[in-house]
Design a protein. Sequence first.
Length: 418
Amino acid sequence: MSQFKSQFFNIMVERGFYNQCTNETGFDTYLYECEKSGKPAVGYLGSDPTGDSLHVGHIVPLMMMRWFQKCGHKPLTLVGGATARIGDPSGKDKLRPFLDEETLAHNIEGLKKSFSKFLKFGDGPNDAVMVDNWDWFKDINYLSFLRDIGTCYSVNRMLTMDSVRTRLEREQPMSFLEFNYMLLQGYDFTVLYRKYGCRAQIAGSDQWGNITSGTELGRRKYDVELFGFTSPIITDSNGKKMGKSEGNAVWINEEKLPAYDYYQYFRNIGDAEVGKCLRIYTDLPIDEIRRLEALKDKEINEAKKILAFEATKICRGEAEAKAAQETAIKAFEQGIAGGELPSITISNAEGLSVIEAFLQIGFVESKGEARRLIKQAGLKINDQVVSDENAKLSAADVIDGQIKLSQGKKKHGLIKVA
């Protein structure tokens, strides 16, 4: 039995996207009435162009917006051409470096590319639209902004927000520039409401303070209820935040990361994370996901292959997903990748040091060379960068009876476990 009235809300709960909402009943009812009438609800997702590509850590709210659009609603993607000039203090220890105009323009183009992989842009009723907050901030008078917007905010309340409070508790400096960030993001929300009828902001839970600054401004300034909806921070079974691969971001745009590496990130997900990742990073029906996550032992590898293929298909297209899948099959299952891969056979990989493994296969001539390459992120196990020179192989590293070793981008080999 459905828990909520709206299709979107039920999908979010069923697939593990739902963390918190400013008014659960109100937002659900608003969405339901829009779905029933056929008039799209409008919601937005924002991202500051501090880089020229989003990465896997950004995909959770992106997939939420993808489902929002699939339910007939209209997504707005906001790039913070203005707010990137300040920097969101959420989760940061210091002021973000300032970016020049050329870099900002380059990064905005990169974000457009990232968004378009997950959302359909166009002129249709529920096609996505991209906006830039620089368009409305560039001509704002500072005194007018303070008078019209600043008077709606309480400094006492702002000091309780996590992005501010945690910096102060750690006794780390926070500039007045950063302190203003939540006012700017709150103002964004009300501009999007007035221009597009946008009444929802969808984001990760770390944005809660910034979101509520917008819902509060909407109530005080325009007497309208705006809604905030957040996802949880997605972690693995060890509590580590997903989205980073041993210090290297898993980029969405292909010029930043080959499709094969993107595929392998999901192929190497831990057994305990398979169901969670299938729900969040793919469009597969929930019944199929339940079947796949119920697989045990070696069969779970089949679920991981499907996860990797489906996640890559959304981000890079079906052709790239198939090519990555075929490369993985050659490398791991057939033992070839541009010819026969060098290999060694051992009876048990458990406890073998990573450095010893690279010595045995002949990719390094000494332990010193191995340590130097590890410091340079030059050695990989199953396409994951080795960052610990004392690391040892485990049973979890064995995929289809093999472990892939890589030095750099072109030298690959296999440990075959007999």
